[in-house]
Write a new protein. Structure first.
Length: 156
């Protein structure tokens, strides 16, 4: 089973507002970068999308070390998910779980997939090279979303 390090990040200019996600996948000397964005989203949705898209990019089962700077994603996957599922996707306060569509996708990829995932938290904007690259990619995703919107506006 191949070992891979994945660094993910999300960015949002306004919350909600235009956002982007980025992922850096590293296995040995091989690297792959991914990014994308949306015009109207939230930071948490972009953090989750980065992880989802990175895991979707894997073509075979891998031993994954997943580096995230989002406590929301980390705690959601390692602490809260089991309870949410047991309560029919409700919080402890009996409210619907926010971003349930993405949590369900992430749950299927992580718990229904064949990857062995180790979750690691990394402090954002603190000089970690992988996290800094993922942040830069997320910001490219914001730019891509904005330029796409601008291009659409110019064509109309």
């Amino acid at each position: 089973m191949n070992s891979i390090d994945i660094y993910t990040d999300g960015a949002c200019k306004g919350n909600p507002g235009p956002g982007g996600w980025g992922a850096l996948l590293k296995s040995g000397h091989t690297e792959k970068t991914l990014f994308g964005g949306e015009l109207e989203t939230t930071n948490n949705r972009m953090e989750m999308t980065a992880v989802i898209e990175a895991l979707r990019a894997l073509k075979r089962p891998c031993k994954v070390t997943l580096h995230v700077d989002s406590q929301y994603v980390l705690k959601g996957m390692t602490e809260w998910l089991t309870g949410w599922k047991a309560k029919g996707w409700k919080t402890a306060a009996k409210q619907p779980v926010k971003n349930v569509d993405l949590w369900q996708q992430l749950d299927a990829l992580v718990n229904g997939g064949s990857h062995h995932i180790e979750w690691r938290w990394v402090k954002g904007h603190a000089g970690d090279p992988g996290n800094e690259r993922a942040d830069a990619l997320a910001n490219l995703g914001v730019e891509q979303a904005l330029s796409g919107a601008q291009a659409q506006t110019n064509r109309t």
